[in-house]
Design a protein around this ligand. Structure first.
Ligand code: FUL
Length: 477
């Protein structure tokens, strides 16, 4: 070999050596979310509007015999509704287009039991249309609730006829009002209601046909499941997975829904529905829940891997009432106060190991950036003790909230974890999921905080960690 060729070979191998291919991420652990489910999860807060004839009759479940003449919200302004939602940090609003009483808030061509028979806007109004337009104008997404149980419609109980009626209404709603981000199929019905089968498979099929990126909510999903209670609290263990075949819509095992199933084959995360007042509909006699109650709900829903669907019922004038607006603003301000200063961001951070070695893109520093899905710390698969440690280099930090997030785009993995402050265990808990918030009963002062993953499905992937001081919380009373 001549000298030139030899030099060229050396150069080529050196070049090849300097092209350092990055270690790829680990394989996902199935099931994983769809793009629409991920978008839903990152919303964290959704607002529900229960509005209809019950708003005027002081009831929760209408009989179906209400006279449409009672529906006359003379000041109705859906722009006010969406302003309230947007100012409080909600990105999606869901309206009861039809509740169990069967009265339709849009002029359905399949019934006269609707706004078209009411005095409101001279019978020419359309609450669904007005809200869809207002939401779009304010940059919010829009969703619908269409009660399967219908106490007005005569065909209810005649299986084929009612399923046709219901699907006709679904088609109207999903074709007329632009993009619909979520649809709610409520499993509730009275114990004396006629027995009939709903053709869920046909309904779901048509919904997906008409709205490509929609999320379908029901007890059993397919996209979002009920959390199993109406308090807004998820289980302390909360998996996004379930086996859909184990869930019957309308007669579900609420414990199963509340916790999910670590071996479930379907990704169907829970939504926590709860009302800001006692009832779902507006009643003159009721008041909004206290700020501390709303914060409990937030920690027990958003802080347990769920989305909070908070109902704020418009009143009989057609507006959201002053006390509810005030409470929502307090709620927003409190969340901003708690979560604006992240004490973790001033720490240096190390980990038990790092996938691909210290030059890879899976270092623990990823848990301090703003991407809570696609940049994460991944440990080596060759070790089985997994932890990350934040260190303030001799300085003490004071906190009473710890936030941990998993890179759920690659599956929910962590089964149990512990947190230590200066070597002393302060949290012993189970799942994490998209977001876990631990609100401690006392204020911790520490120089180091270690998060140890005790058990997980495959290697744990932690996308974000935060530490905060919540001034509204004084421990369990
Ligand atoms: C329940 C219904 O019966 C309530 O009236 C309310 O709509 C709630 C969200 O779902 O099942």
């Amino acid at each position: 070999m001549n000298m030139v060729l030899f030099m060229l070979l050396i150069l080529a191998s050196a070049l090849e050596f300097s092209v350092s291919w990055t270690t790829p991420p680990p394989l996902p652990i199935l099931p994983i979310p769809t793009r629409s489910q991920l978008k839903w999860q990152t919303r964290e807060l959704i607002m529900f509007f229960h509005f209809g004839v019950n708003t005027f009759t002081d009831s929760e479940w209408g009989t179906g015999h209400e006279d449409p003449a009672i529906f006359n919200p003379t000041e109705l302004d859906t722009r006010q509704w969406v302003d309230v939602a947007a100012n409080a940090g909600f990105s999606l609003v869901i309206l009861t287009a039809k509740h169990h009483d069967g009265f339709c808030l849009w002029p359905s061509k399949y019934t006269d039991h609707s706004v078209a028979s009411s005095p409101w806007r001279g019978g020419k109004g359309d609450v669904v249309g007005e809200l869809a337009a207002a939401a779009k104008g304010r940059g919010l997404d829009f969703g619908l609730y269409l009660s399967p149980w219908d106490r007005h419609e005569r065909s209810y109980g005649k299986e084929k006829d009612y399923n046709e009626y219901y699907m006709g209404q679904l088609e109207e709603l999903l074709n007329r009002y632009g993009s619909v981000s979520e649809i709610w199929f409520d499993g509730a019905k009275g114990s004396n209601a006629p027995n009939m089968t709903y053709y869920f498979q046909s309904w779901f099929g048509m919904v997906k046909e008409l709205q490509g990126s929609i999320n379908i909510f029901s007890d059993a999903g397919p996209d979002v499941r009920w959390v199993g209670d109406e308090k807004g609290y998820a289980g302390t263990t909360c998996w996004s997975m379930v086996n859909r075949t184990s869930i019957q819509i309308g007669t579900s095992n609420v414990g199963y829904l509340n916790k999910g199933d670590h071996s479930g084959v379907d990704w169907v995360p829970p939504e926590c529905d709860v009302s800001i007042r006692t009832g779902w509909f507006w009643h003159k006699s009721q008041k909004p829940k206290s700020l501390s109650h709303l914060l409990n709900i937030y920690y027990n829903s958003v802080g347990r891997n769920c989305v909070l669907l908070l109902n704020v019922p418009p009143n009989s004038s057609g507006l959201i009432s002053g006390p509810d607006i005030q409470r929502l603003m307090e709620f927003r301000k409190a969340i901003d106060t708690i979560f604006t200063i992240d004490l973790a961001s001033g720490s240096s951070i190390k980990a038990s190991s790092q996938r691909g070695g210290s030059d890879s893109s899976f270092g623990p520093i990823n848990v301090l950036d703003d991407d809570h899905l696609w940049t994460f710390w991944a440990p080596s698969e060759k070790t089985n003790s997994h932890w990350i440690e934040l260190d303030w280099e001799g300085k003490e930090v004071r906190f009473n909230v710890v936030r941990i997030q998993e890179a759920v785009g690659l599956g929910q993995r962590i089964k149990s974890h512990e947190i230590y402050a200066d070597g002393k265990m302060i949290v012993d808990a189970t799942t994490v999921g998209y977001k876990r918030l631990h609100r401690l009963d006392w204020v911790v002062s520490a120089r180091t905080v270690r998060i140890r993953v005790v058990e997980s499905r495959g290697v744990p992937l932690i996308s974000s960690v935060g530490l905060y001081f919540d001034p509204f919380w004084h421990g369990k009373q």
